[in-house]
Write a protein that binds this ligand. Structure first.
Ligand code: AMP
Length: 269
């Protein structure tokens, strides 16, 4: 099996190119994932990307890659973005859109994409529409994952991540074999700065104010599919795939169908 696409062009921007670009599927899929912080979008994006052969494009990953990289290479805009991120607040649209525009080739890549964490505001969604329109590309669907706020807080407070290989754990629901140590690469696990309670409050507030209106924006365009983010990651992934099939079967016209035709086997069986 081929290794997952390395997403270097997306993470580094500029003239960086992927060493391992996605294979070109016959029917590239282009999806947007929405949902509050901690709902498991990143995990679902990774599962969907590998099922669809598309790249997992996360704007949060761009900010984290810059933070973990060479500090001397950080632009003033990126430095400012790090402060917003630490507080759990949204980075201003201008900065985010500049980063995404610089990486336009990732959105037009023949492998397709699963966008995770972008767009997060209506102006970002409008800018994405324009960028896709200019390149003759349409979105196949927008998935919104939903979960009660109390459950989100408990998920985020217990989340631990591996700074080296990026594996994600939870102190109670998915603990590492040795407390505080990554099973995969034995690095010491950390709690992300934005997983502390103050930052969680800020980011949930930002989601409510800025991102929730996006569901209305996409619903009116028949692109939205809502999935309760309850159960194991695999169960939620299975619900997402059934939504694909359901949407493909029940929508009147393929052009209006989120996800278009059913997925290829084994996912579409
Ligand atoms: P995420 O990993 O998607 O939760 O993103 C982590 C942080 O990066 C967010 O809390 C924001 O500070 C920032 N961020 C990521 N994507 C965006 C975006 N599309 N708009 C504004 N801020 C963003």
């Amino acid at each position: 099996m081929n290794a997952s696409p390395d997403r270097i062009a997306w993470l580094e921007g500029g003239t960086a190119v992927c060493n391992n670009p996605p294979a070109k599927p016959t029917r590239p899929r282009r999806l947007v994932l929405l949902g509050p912080p901690g709902v498991g979008k990143g995990t679902q994006a990774a599962l969907l990307s590998s099922a669809l052969g598309a790249c997992h494009l996360s704007t949060g990953d761009i900010f984290r890659a810059a933070r973990d990289g060479d500090a001397r290479k950080m632009s003033p805009g990126m430095r400012m973005a790090q402060d917003y991120m630490r507080r759990g607040d949204l980075v201003p649209d201008g900065t985010v859109l500049q980063l995404v525009n610089e990486r336009c080739h990732c959105l037009t890549c023949a492998g397709g994409f699963v966008l995770d964490g972008f767009p997060r505001t209506v102006p970002q969604a409008k800018a994405l529409d324009l960028l896709l329109l200019e390149n003759g590309i349409t979105l196949d669907g927008v998935i919104v994952y939903e979960l009660p706020a109390a459950e989100i807080v408990s998920r985020l407070i217990g989340r631990r991540t591996c700074p080296a290989c990026k594996a994600i754990y939870h102190v109670t629901s998915h603990p590492p074999k040795t407390p505080g140590i990554c099973d995969r690469c034995q690095s010491r696990l950390v709690q992300r700065e934005d997983d502390h309670i103050e930052a969680i409050r800020v980011s949930l507030g930002a989601y409510e104010n800025a991102t929730t209106p996006l569901t209305g924006y996409y619903r009116t365009r028949s692109l939205l599919v809502t999935i309760p983010a309850v159960g194991t990651p695999q169960e939620i992934f299975t619900s997402t795939l059934s939504a694909f099939k359901h949407a493909a079967v029940t929508r009147p016209s393929p052009s209006k169908s989120p996800f278009g035709a059913p997925l290829p086997a084994p996912y579409g069986d």
